[in-house]
Ligand binder design. Structure first.
Ligand code: ATP
Length: 472
């Protein structure tokens, strides 16, 4: 089972403190969301798991944390100033505005590179009375320094992808880490896009977080096979986090839809809209063969047919010298680019289950993978007015904290406390009762089976560590 719709998650997320609408006391801000006490833990768990998997467990990846605001020349030469566009179309009848690719299909391109869309009827009013399709650059602008509003020299952008920070640091990382290709550079960080139609909760927002890795290889390597390799790696990673393989699918991006830098892209899709008969899938991440486009475009050396420098501003050549082959070239890049927020949404949707208890009441259980659960163990006193029980429960919470994220909770009766922990995905509840004072043992309750086991306090850390060990 998984959540029947994104909406199911929106209300749970707010009620329990995963995600709140941002700036709510001022009426909100379109599609901005804030991550609450449990949300921030889940986000951190995703990012830490990715970093461990990508940077620590492999021997061919270095980490990086580059600036959000870069020299605007980066965006000129990366092609984003000219081509990072969404294609807009308005319905003349009801005045609704859409992204053309969301209300139609890209069928061809004009000679000067403009896309041609075959548009469906307006999803809002059913009319078929569209304006021309026009470009809208989705980079978010800002101004640096105390300058006049219209001073063009102060214009800067918030990055729309973390990747460019990696490309412009290629030689820095290469030299300081003494790497040889193939190797990759990984980065997690915020990106910004002035999305035309943000929405669907945290699926499409103007501020979001990416986990990107640029993998540098020889130009003659089998790039398509490398794309397939990373697709398999990511299918393995997402399923290891508990996402069902049935809710993942692959989309080979057709040539007409490829980004300006890509020769091949495969999108990994998640079933974010299970309630829809058509188009239940939306992109969770993309894996692109970016060719040598980026390293070349940021280099001072390449020249055009007339011998003019293609990049007149760069002070560096980002080519690579292969000692063994005595060859210099621009490495090609395979890029797996994933979204933190879309991963979080997929995890929440996939973990959502409902179960009926003995009294016929329906309970929500968030069956998050142990590694993703915001809280691993909740320590609950059966009687909160008994100082000995409370004292023992608090001491157990403190003793578990160095091992796992544990919380103490006495804000309700035990039934309510269990229900709350189930709903936020806590794998184990440890209950301290009157008997515990006598026999130094506690009850451990399993979130998924609701089974209870009596465990000696002295054995509790080993017991839990075993439960949380990979493969348990
Ligand atoms: P889409 O087609 O959905 O707009 P994209 O193909 O433009 O996405 P990429 O440029 O490939 O996205 O970015 C890599 C990843 O970053 C996406 O797969 C997604 O997980 C995440 N991402 C991109 N845009 C957004 C956004 N507006 N909100 C949340 N996550 C995003």
């Amino acid at each position: 089972m998984s959540a029947p719709s994104i909406e199911t998650i929106v209300s749970l997320a707010k009620r329990r403190g995963f995600v709140y609408p941002s700036s709510e006391i001022y009426g909100g801000l379109g599609s901005a969301w804030d991550y609450g006490p449990l949300g921030v833990e889940l986000v951190n768990n995703v990012k830490q798991a990715w970093w461990r998997w990508m940077v620590y467990e492999r021997d061919d990846i270095e980490g990086l944390d580059s600036s959000i605001i870069l020299n605007p020349l980066v965006w000129k030469y990366s092609g984003h100033e000219a081509t990072f566009n969404d294609w807009l179309v308005d319905c003349r009848k009801c005045k609704s505005r859409f992204r053309a690719d969301k209300v139609g299909n890209l069928v061809s391109e004009t000679d000067d590179g403009k896309p041609v869309f075959l548009l469906n009827d307006c999803p809002s009013c059913g009319a078929h009375d569209w304006t021309d399709v026009r470009a809208f650059n989705t980079m978010l602008q800002t101004r640096l320094g105390a300058v006049a509003d219209d001073d063009p020299s102060a214009l800067a952008y918030l990055r729309p992808e973390t990747a460019q920070g990696i490309f412009i640091n290629f030689v820095n990382v290469l030299t300081s880490s003494r790497r040889k290709i193939p190797f990759g550079i990984a980065q997690i960080g915020k990106s910004f896009r002035n999305e035309v139609t943000p929405g669907n909760f945290i699926l499409r927002t103007r501020e979001f977080e990416q986990m990107e890795m640029e993998y540098f290889v020889r130009p003659d390597d089998e790039h398509s096979k490398l794309v397939d390799y990373w697709v398999e790696q990511y299918l393995g990673w997402f399923t290891s986090l508990g996402i069902s393989r049935d809710n993942l699918s692959l989309y080979e991006v057709p040539p007409a839809e490829l980004a300006h830098y890509s020769k091949r892209t495969v999108d990994l899709m998640y079933r974010y809209f299970p309630e829809r008969e058509e188009k239940p899938w939306e992109e969770l991440m993309g894996i692109a063969w970016r060719t040598d486009f980026d390293l070349k475009t940021h280099s001072k050396k390449p020249e055009d047919a007339e011998g003019k420098r293609v990049n007149a501003d760069s002070t560096e050549d980002l080519s690579y010298f292969d000692e063994a082959a005595k060859e210099r070239f621009y490495p090609h890049v395979i890029e797996p680019a994933a979204g933190v927020n879309r991963t979080v949404l997929a995890l929440l949707m996939d973990a959502y289950t409902e179960k009926t208890n003995d009294k016929g009441e329906t309970r929500v259980i968030l069956k998050l993978h142990h590694s993703m659960a915001p809280i691993k163990v909740a320590v609950l006193p059966l009687a909160k007015n008994k100082p000995e029980i409370v004292g023992m429960a608090k001491a157990i919470k403190r003793s578990l904290q160095p091992i796992v994220r544990a919380v103490y909770d006495d804000t309700g009766g035990i039934g309510k406390l269990y229900a709350r922990q189930d709903e936020i995905g806590t794998p184990f509840c440890v209950t301290i009762d009157h008997q515990s004072l006598e026999d130094e043992a506690v009850t451990v309750r399993d979130r998924d089976t609701w089974e209870q086991e009596r465990i000696k306090v002295a054995d509790l850390p080993t017991y839990l560590l075993q439960k949380f060990s990979p493969g348990a």
